[in-house]
Structure formats: C-alpha cells, structure tokens
Ligand binder design. Structure first.
Ligand SMILES: [Zn+2]
Length: 448
C-alpha cells in the first residue's frame, strides 16, 4: 500500500518536552525552544511548532498521524497529501476530502474546519476506491480554503515551567487567539468556504484533465528544449522563491492568497517548498498591454511608484543589508541576513514604518549611508486569479510579469493576451538589465 506523503514514520521522533523554555519578553510569557530558534520553528502567526526528526520512508509508517512539517507544507502550499504534488483545482476550487465531526457548523460542508490537506485528482480517485473508510468522507471543491488557525497541544505556565493542559491533546485555536503563545502546533487548519460537493464522475473527468495537462506540459517543455531561440533565456522556467515576490505585494492584501499575507508578516515556515509560477514578457507597450488585459476581463488593482534604498549595517556584516522600501504607500524597513547554514538561506526582520523620506533621514542620522537607490513603476492587474504586473524600470523597456498558481495557468494567460510562449522568460531584473548591457549592481542611483 502506498504511504501518504503527510504520514508520520516511526523513525521520526519528537523533540523532548525538556527542550521547551519560557520567554518572558515580550509579554505575555511565550513558549520557546531553548537555544537557537530555527526559521521553521515558528509560523506566520508566531506560533511555535513541534520539532521532529525528519526521515520519511525509514521504519514503519503510522497512517493515523501526520508529520507536522509535511502537513503544513501541503496545507500551506496546496499540495496533495498523498503524493506531495500540486493539488487539483478547477473553476469550483481546490479538491478536499472532509467528513463531518461534532465541531462542524450546521452548514457543513460550508464552513467546515479541516486539518486534511487537499489532494490531486488521481489520488482522490484512488482513495475513493481503495480506502475502506471512503464511504465516510465526501469529496469537496473549495473555492476559498482560508487559513483559520492551528491545531496542537496547549501548555500552561506553572512555577515549575510549562505543564501540559490536561486532556488537551489536540486543540484547535484560531489564528488571533491569545492562547497561541502557549501552544505547540502540529497542524495547520483551513476553513472551507465556498464549498461544492463533488460528484465522483467529475473526479474521473478531473483525472483525465490532469493527465492531458501533464502531456501538454511535457510537449511544451520538449518544444522549448528544441527551440534554439528560447534555450538560453529559459534556464529554469517559472521557479522563483515566493517570499521575494510576495513582498512586492504590500498595499492590497485583499486579493492575495492568505498564504501570502502570512508569509509577508513574518518570514515563512518552509520557504524552500513554496513555489510561485511566473514568467515575463519583455519589451511591451504598457498602454496596449493594459488595454488587452482589460478587454480580456482583467481588473486594475493599483498603480504605484516603488522605491528602495539599500544600506550596509554598522559595522558591515558579510551577507547582511538594510532595505527601506516604499511599495506605493506601504513603507517597510527590513534587515536581511543570508545564513549559510539555514536551509532557506535568507532571514528577514521587517517592520512597517511611516514616511519613506523621514525614515531615510533618520537612518542617515544614525550613521547609515545608502549603498544604492532604485525606483520602478508598477501597475497590478488581476485576471481570473492570475496576477499581472506591468513593470517599468528606468533605462529599459517595460515588461509584463504573469504570476499564477501553476505553469499551465501562466501559459494559458499568456495565450489569452496574445503572447507566444517562446516570448516568455523567467529572468530576474538583473538579467534583464544585462540584456541591454547594463550592470545593475554597479548603478548606485537608478531613477526615472
Ligand atoms: Zn497526489
């Protein structure tokens, strides 16, 4: 029998409770680990997560338990709980399984809380036929699976330190609950909104579509490889760490996926797993492109001037820099550190500040002089859930960026906008500048 990706293995051991400690600042006392905290220890709400050794495939699987990190990864990034690949999604939403329990509202399945990550169509169909319990659960399409909170164990502070609250072996708390500071989380919970129960026959259809899509993707990849023109410009198409992309999206949280908001508020949990699909079409006419997006049914979500200063810290530290950014009204100050030993590489401490100019002046008074200044213009569009940005940078022609949840979505959108696939690239801004023989690194002042 196949072992689900999220299942726990008996070789994966929990870290002893003795590793837990109390942090008295900031108030209230918080649950922490002794010693250095790892980037993966805390989630976007600041909740501490259960640590466990990682050795999937070693020993025997425990089908009844989910490994916290993999549960989180699947639930957060909408991956299939069985194979770890992308979960299925169609116009009615993501594919989930759920069964009614006593905590569910009378409106169930609408508004149900679930700790079970979504599934791909193939595995959903397999589970329906193979799993003996399949009669007990219902396949659902969920258009708005909102992050609701976390599940885990709850501690209470005593004179001897943390004590497990009796009977609380699996409590679920919403993401704004004050009890989260003494919680050790092991699962991410989503609230299933805009739910449609699935007819098993539709699932069969979804599997077919998935297979067709996989073939189409393969064909496109092969076409790309054999196209001499596209070869040098598309080294690793569409795979970009999500964090940096999301940071660009400050002003309009209303149309972000909720994962994005959390990722922005406080580092991210498993950034190495979270992948956003994006592609750029270079040398566009911004007005003509805006008109094309509009006539395809897209909506404009703001135009803004983005500005950023980069400073060296005092004293200078290798791999660390200070960044002040104005993303069109939302001004943030951030220190980034590249840790060679961390898996995800970059750590980020960020806060929102008031005025861009005043903060720049304050930093100057504190002795920080800027290493570089850059500005760019961005107009953000949304077309059927796909994010489109018309980016204008000084000294180079404007380009369009298409960001979707999967590569297929990106290609389809490009097609709708009349952009041939061969015109797409995944180069970063620095590389695009290099196309015009400009070394972005050497420009200390880049403005219109
Ligand atoms: Zn799967």
């Amino acid at each position: 029998m196949r072992v689900p990706y999220v299942a726990m293995w008996d070789s994966e051991k929990a870290v002893a409770e003795a590793a837990l400690a109390v942090a008295l600042t900031p108030e209230p006392p918080r649950l922490v680990y002794q010693g250095r905290e790892l980037p993966s220890d805390r989630d976007g709400f600041g909740v501490l997560w259960a640590r466990r050794s990682y050795s999937p495939g070693v020993g025997r699987p425990d089908f009844a338990s989910m490994y916290p990190g993999r549960q989180y990864e699947c639930m957060y990034a909408m991956k299939c709980q069985v194979c770890g690949g992308p979960a299925d999604r169609n116009k009615d939403g993501w594919l989930f399984f759920d069964w009614r329990n006593e905590l569910d509202p009378p409106s169930w399945p609408e508004g149900a809380l679930s700790a079970m990550p979504p599934l791909c169509a193939k595995d959903a169909r397999l589970s329906m036929t193979v799993c003996p319990k399949s009669g007990a659960f219902t396949a659902l399409r969920v258009r708005a699976p909102r992050v609701w909170g976390v599940g885990g164990v709850s501690y209470r502070l005593t004179v001897d330190g943390w004590r497990l609250n009796h009977g609380d072996t699996d409590i679920w708390l919403p993401k704004d609950d004050p009890g989260l500071h003494s919680m050790l989380a092991s699962k991410l919970i989503r609230e299933l909104r805009k739910v449609t129960p699935v007819n098993p026959r539709d699932l069969h259809h979804a599997v077919k579509e998935e297979i067709v899509a996989a073939f189409r993707k393969l064909r496109r990849t092969l076409a790309r490889w054999s196209s001499p023109r596209a070869q040098p410009s598309v080294p690793r198409p569409f795979t970009v760490p999500v964090e940096d992309r999301l940071n660009e999206w400050l002003p309009d949280p209303a149309f972000l996926p909720d994962s994005a908001i959390r990722s922005r508020t406080r580092g991210s949990w498993y950034p190495m797993h979270v992948v956003e699909y994006e592609a750029k079409a270079l040398e566009i006419d911004p007005e003509a492109m805006a008109a094309r997006i509009k006539s395809a049914g897209g909506t404009l979500h703001g135009e803004r001037l983005m500005r950023r200063y980069v400073y060296d810290p005092i004293p200078p530290v290798e791999g660390r820099w200070v960044r002040l950014r104005d993303a069109g009204g939302a001004v943030t100050l951030c220190v980034k550190t590249i840790n060679s030993d961390a898996i995800d590489g970059t750590q980020e401490t960020e806060t929102t500040v008031g005025s861009f100019e005043d903060t720049h002046a304050l930093l100057g008074l504190m002795g920080l002089t800027h290493r570089s200044y850059q500005e760019s213009r961005r107009s953000s569009w949304l077309l059927d859930g796909v994010r489109l940005e018309i980016d204008t940078w000084p000294r180079i022609p404007p380009y369009l960026e298409i960001e979707g949840d999967d590569a297929e979505q990106v290609w389809q959108t490009a097609e709708r906008l009349g952009i041939p696939e061969t015109e797409l690239t995944s180069e970063n801004t620095q590389k695009i500048y290099a196309r015009y023989d400009i070394d972005l690194d050497t420009i200390t002042d880049l403005r219109f």
